[in-house]
Design a protein around this ligand. Structure first.
Ligand code: ADP
Ligand code: ADP
Length: 229
């Protein structure tokens, strides 16, 4: 689903590459943790998948397509296959839970009928079926992140990228968020989660990809947060 073929990325004016010769394959349906210190290249990896950046060398393939060759008018279609969730939720203030989740579907031209079935299905999946008419500003952090997740997957994307989704949440709330991400993954969505949350990574024992200063230094099945021999 995601393939990096000998990818390097150097930002303009940078002497050291943000990613160097990274080669990896993430299959459909996988759940992958992306770990590494701040500045190790995680955001660059994510932005390459979203084609917010192009590699300086090598190729990034998403669902079999080389993203570098995509003409600009095809990029929105690529991004619709990739849901995104961030540490800071990024919800629309002054709008209800339902409106937040429906918004992306409305602007991409889904019919009202489809929106009426997709939005409640997605909110049910994240456990917020009973809060659809609440303003998101009134919800707890964990609930706001669930809204963000429902919005990210409401159009059933093939890939969900979560960048530090538990970064603002306490441990108990974080466990609930991980259950939601796990459920989405089990329903077939490929999940890539960048995180510094060692407790979660060590509990879930999924594949772990570690970046260090732009190098892929570890790619471990049923991995841990830190390296353990
Ligand atoms: P992480 O997400 O792991 O913190 P990043 O991918 O953001 O790492 O950064 C990797 C390296 O690239 C860092 O050295 C960072 O300073 C540099 N970098 C990130 N974005 C830019 C940019 N827009 N311009 C120049 N350098 C950047
Ligand atoms: P429904 O019309 O109830 O959504 P589906 O067969 O399309 O029926 O979906 C099966 C289940 O998957 C439903 O319980 C639905 O809530 C849930 N679901 C909702 N959003 C997604 C998603 N993005 N990816 C996978 N499953 C989802």
């Amino acid at each position: 689903m995601i393939r990096f073929d000998n990818v390097s990325k150097k930002y303009p004016g940078q002497t050291r590459a943000a990613l160097r010769n990274v080669t990896l394959d993430i299959d459909t349906g996988e759940f992958v943790f992306l770990v590494g210190r701040s500045g190790s290249g995680k955001s660059t990896f994510v932005r390459l998948v979203l084609r917010e950046l192009r590699p300086t060398r090598g190729a990034v393939l998403v669902d079999g397509r080389d993203t570098s060759g995509l003409p600009a008018w095809r990029v929105p279609k690529l991004r619709r296959q990739i849901g995104t969730v961030f540490q800071d939720f990024r919800l629309l203030p002054g709008k209800t839970v339902r409106e937040n989740v429906a918004f992306a579907l409305q602007v991409t031209g889904y019919s009202r009928r489809d929106i009426r079935t997709l939005v409640p299905a997605s909110l049910e999946m994240v456990g917020l079926a009973d809060k659809q008419d609440r303003l998101t500003d009134e919800l707890s952090g964990g609930e706001q992140q669930r809204v963000a997740i429902a919005r990210a997957v409401v159009n059933r994307p093939k890939i969900l990228i979560a960048d530090e989704p538990t970064g603002n949440l306490d441990p108990t709330t974080s466990v609930g968020i991980m259950k939601v991400l796990d459920r989405i993954n089990r329903l077939g969505t490929t999940v890539v989660m960048a995180t510094h949350d060692s407790t979660i990574v060590d509990q879930l024992r999924k594949r772990v990809i570690e970046l260090d200063d732009g190098d892929l230094v570890r790619d471990q099945g049923k991995g841990t947060y830190g390296y353990q021999a």
